[in-house]
Design a binder for this molecule. Structure first.
Ligand code: AGP
Length: 615
């Protein structure tokens, strides 16, 4: 939700900032802007629309040379996506420019206060108030860092802010509360960004700015304080992936690249966590085994795709650990006053580790005394930092807005936690755990086999580009897979798509079926719970009898379904709980291809942003 880049060093700042914005554009892409100080004055350019619009503007009218600068790519909250509302915003006296990610919740009150001082807002944004607040202090003290600290103490809500003072070139001051900011440490140069991909070409040394901290950044160094000006000790970390991980690597789309990376992502998530005896070693989960043995309930909180991963995991947790498990949308969790105790383990799933709804659920759970374990893909992000323990998925950076490899690795990571719980609590014997771990270990190869067959899925998807609605049905773990398939189609193809528990159809949704409506069916393995397979065959018959066109995802060798499938997509045979790892992949490809056929921007679908850092 908004990408932020800052640079102070020896390179041309506009170039560095624009290349960083390109990497962060997935975070928001409805407008973009850049600011530098040149000849003692701010030079600010901004433009509605994608970054390419700003780029074209700069090519026509290049900015002045500068070695300090900042840039922003926006996902609109306050005020529509216009040139005027694009960031940076400049103070009334023209001295301070500011960029912002988040929402200033008390902005109306601050606007009224500024109006009383005769300051007229020129944009509809909440951000502009910060530029005016900063200028009023900096005019008095001449110190941008002090002005930032004073402003932050007056703000409520979520914010990452970066500011530039026309009278103090060579310096950037940034602050954060409830919104991400990392500092890149180079030689004679320093960077600021919403995530490390913006500066990975220049340095892999980074510092994650903590909650309520301010960083004062020059080419030669950085100083971090809290909002009261007390120095803060920082611990730099090294980014373990390289720049190529954030590039398309020969694929037309990040989404296609990330779909193709799934076998490796799954394998990497298992790596180093299985001991030679087949048992699990999750040393990184710093919750004492004695406490894990006492857990009497698990609550999973997450949003979107991560929530669907949680829904899949519930089946495994209850089956393997015999611990009751609830899965809840993080945005609803804390508002219903959930009953939480020390014996409840809350599992927060988040690719980005910055999703505000999930973060708020984590905070609420901890305040109520529950233990929180994060499943996260982004090292050092806020959700794992605020949790009691974390198990990282090893998917590598996920850039496409539509989540793919994160979903598969989230399922794998929660399965590892479930099996670990079963192991330490004695719900399963060692050989039983080892057998299931062995099944998991075969999944990268099986996902690879699915990838070999996706050409057929692509051709099929194109046939449905004109459908007005697509329905997805599944049973057991196939139900969350159906929800995920529908979410992918909604967000990428902008089509009406709904996922249903197949058994629920006859309770209402079957009324949606009419001649030619495509229904995608996720068929459970016949050798699993046999009854599930029989039941879904009945459900397929019910929709066909009413005119639906059925697209059936079924495992190799399941010939019983063949007569009921207008189109058949085969996936390798797997145990029931493993099937989501293969059956989801054709649905990702289907949505990606259908959106491409409709001419949509798959990596940056309309109205969305990769990481949702507002509630
Ligand atoms: C789905 O494709 C999404 N991009 C979205 O639903 C996402 O999964 C959700 O916003 C949660 O994000 P997180 O995993 O970063 O917390």
């Amino acid at each position: 939700m908004c990408g932020i880049v800052g640079y102070a060093g020896h390179r041309p700042a506009v170039e560095v900032v624009m290349s960083g914005l390109k990497r962060l554009e997935y975070r928001g892409y409805d407008s973009a802007g850049v600011a530098v100080v040149a000849d003692g004055a701010l030079d600010v350019r901004k433009k509605a629309g994608k970054l390419a619009n700003l780029q074209a503007m700069l090519e026509l009218d290049p900015m002045k040379d500068a070695s300090t600068g900042m840039g922003h790519t926006r996902w609109a909250t306050h005020g529509g996506p216009t040139d005027v509302n694009a960031h940076p915003h400049v103070s009334s006296g023209g001295r301070v420019a500011v960029i912002h990610n988040g929402i200033i919740e008390n902005f109306a009150e601050l606007v009224a206060e500024l109006a009383a001082d005769g300051i007229v807002m020129t944009s509809e944004t909440d951000t502009e108030v910060v530029a005016h607040l900063l200028e009023s202090t900096v005019e008095r003290t001449g110190d941008l860092a002090e002005a930032m600290r004073a402003a932050c103490l007056r703000l409520s809500g979520a914010f990452t802010l970066v500011a530039l003072d026309a009278q103090d070139p060579g310096r950037l001051v940034a602050a954060r509360r409830n919104s991400p900011l990392v500092v890149g440490i180079g030689e004679g140069e320093h960077f600021l960004a919403s995530d490390v991909s913006a500066f990975i070409d220049y340095t892999r040394q980074a510092i994650e700015l903590g909650q309520d901290q301010v960083v004062d950044l020059h080419a030669e160094g950085v100083t971090v304080t809290d909002f009261r000006g007390e120095p803060v000790e920082v611990s730099p970390f090294t980014v373990t992936w390289d720049a190529s991980a954030a590039e398309k690597g020969g694929f037309d789309l990040f989404m296609l690249k990330e779909i193709a990376e799934q076998p490796k992502a799954v394998a990497d998530t298992l790596l180093g966590r299985i001991a030679p005896d087949g048992l699990l070693r999750l040393d990184e989960v710093h919750i004492p085994v004695a406490e894990l043995r006492e857990v009497d309930k698990i609550v999973i909180v997450a949003c979107g795709t991560a929530y669907h991963a949680g829904l899949v995991a519930k089946y495994a947790i209850e089956h393997w650990c015999r611990i009751p498990c609830e899965v809840e949308l993080a945005s609803e969790f804390r508002y219903r006053d959930p009953i939480l105790t020390r014996r409840i383990l809350v599992i927060a799933i988040s690719q980005s580790g910055e999703t505000m709804d999930t973060l708020m659920a984590v905070r609420h759970a901890r305040e109520q005394g529950a233990r929180v374990l994060a499943i996260c893909n982004t090292n050092g992000s806020t959700i794992p930092r605020e949790s009691d323990a974390v198990l990282y998925t090893q998917a590598g950076p996920e850039i496409a807005v539509a989540s793919t490899k994160a979903f598969l690795t989230q399922i794998v990571a929660v399965y590892l936690v479930a099996l670990y719980l079963a192991q330490v609590r004695g719900n399963k014997f060692g050989d039983e755990v080892a057998a299931i771990v062995g099944q998991l270990a075969t999944m990268p190869h099986k996902v690879d086999l699915v990838l070999d067959t996706v050409e057929g899925v692509r051709a099929l998807a194109q046939q449905f580009a004109d459908a007005s609605s697509v329905l997805f049905i599944g049973r057991h773990v196939g139900y969350p897979v159906a929800l995920e398939g529908a979410l992918k189609l909604k967000e990428l193809a902008y089509m009406h798509a709904e996922g249903f528990a197949a058994g629920e159809l006859k309770h209402g949704p079957i009324a949606l079926i009419e001649d030619g409506v495509p229904v995608i069916v996720v068929v459970p393995p016949p050798q699993g719970r046999g009854v599930l397979h029989e039941k879904i065959i009945s459900n397929i018959q019910e929709v066909r009898a009413r005119g639906a066109v059925t697209i059936v995802i079924a495992e190799e060798g399941d010939d019983v379904v063949t007569p009921y499938a207008d189109h058949l997509i085969r996936v390798p045979a797997c145990p029931t709980l493993m099937q989501p790892l293969v059956s989801t992949v054709p649905l990702q490809v289907f949505a990606c291809e259908l959106a491409t056929a409709k001419g949509h921007d798959v990596d940056q679908p309309r109205n969305l942003a990769k990481s949702v850092t507002v509630e």
